[in-house]
Design a protein around this ligand. Sequence first.
Ligand SMILES: *[C@@H]1O[C@H](CO)[C@@H](O)[C@H](O)[C@H]1NC(C)=O
Ligand SMILES: *[C@@H]1O[C@H](CO)[C@@H](O)[C@H](O)[C@H]1NC(C)=O
Ligand SMILES: *[C@@H]1O[C@H](CO)[C@@H](O)[C@H](O)[C@H]1NC(C)=O
Length: 230
Amino acid sequence: MPTTPKTLVRHSIPFLLLLFCATRSETRSYLRLHANGSETHSLKEKGDDLFALYRGTILANDSKRKKIAYTCGSGDLCGGVGDRLKGFASTFVLALLLDAEFVVEWTSPVPIDSFFKMPVMTNGEGLRKSAKNATTWSLIDAHSSSMELKKLRMSNFRELWRSNDFISIHLNGAVWNHFVMNEHLVDIGDKYSLNRFSKRQLFEVVMKYYFSTPMPALQNFVVREAAKFR
Ligand SMILES: *[C@@H]1O[C@H](CO)[C@@H](O)[C@H](O)[C@H]1NC(C)=O
Ligand SMILES: *[C@@H]1O[C@H](CO)[C@@H](O)[C@H](O)[C@H]1NC(C)=O
Ligand SMILES: *[C@@H]1O[C@H](CO)[C@@H](O)[C@H](O)[C@H]1NC(C)=O
C-alpha cells in the first residue's frame, strides 16, 4: 500500500487518540501532585471563584450540613499565631473537601472575632452545644514523613464522621495539601479546582478571606502603634 499523506493520517488516528487520552490523564494527575499555580487567572480571581462556590454550596443547604470547626479554646494545645493560622487553613480545606460548613471555635486567649470580622458566622461553640453528635479530632505537632501525615492522605474521613454532625478539629500543621491529595476526597477537590492552587496560594486565599477586615478595636490599636514609629 502506498503511503500517501491521507493513509498515514488515517492509520495514525487510533494512535493519536491513545496518546491524547494518556497525556490528558497524566496531565491531570501531574497537576494534582505538582500544581504551582502557573496559569493565566490571577490568584484573586481563583480565590473569588473558590469562595463563591463554597458560599453557594453551604448557603444552599445549611441545616443538615455537617460542621467542621477549627478549635482553639482555653486549655487546648494550639501553639502560637503561626501554628494557629496553619491549623486554621488546614481545617478550612478539610471542611471544603468534606462538603461541610467551616466554623471557628477560636476563643483563647480572646475570641478571634473580637479582632477580625469573619465573613461568615463562626460561632462554633454555640453550634457545638446544639449538635446531636459532636466529636473531636486532634493532630498536633505531626512531623513530616510521620505515619500520621500518611494517614491524612489515606483516611476515609467521610466514613469516620458519618454519624457526627459537628467535628472539632485541633490541628497546627500546614497539612492542607495532604487533604487535597486524599484519595477519598478527590471528587470535591475537582469541584473546587483545587489543583489550580499551589500550596502557598491556597494558604494565601484562605487567610485573605478570613482575616481581611479588622474590628475597630484592632484597627485603632494598629493605627495607634503605627503612629509611634513615624
Ligand atoms: C510550574 O509548573 C510548570 C509545569 O506545569 C513548570 O514548567 C514551571 O517551571 C513551574 N514553575 C515553578 C516556579 O515551579
Ligand atoms: C442538602 O444536604 C443533604 C444532606 O447532606 C443532601 O443529601 C442534599 O442533596 C443537599 N441538597 C442540596 C440542594 O444541596
Ligand atoms: C455518634 O458518633 C459516634 C462516632 O463518633 C458513633 O459511634 C455513634 O454511633 C454516634 N451516635 C449516634 C446516636 O449517632
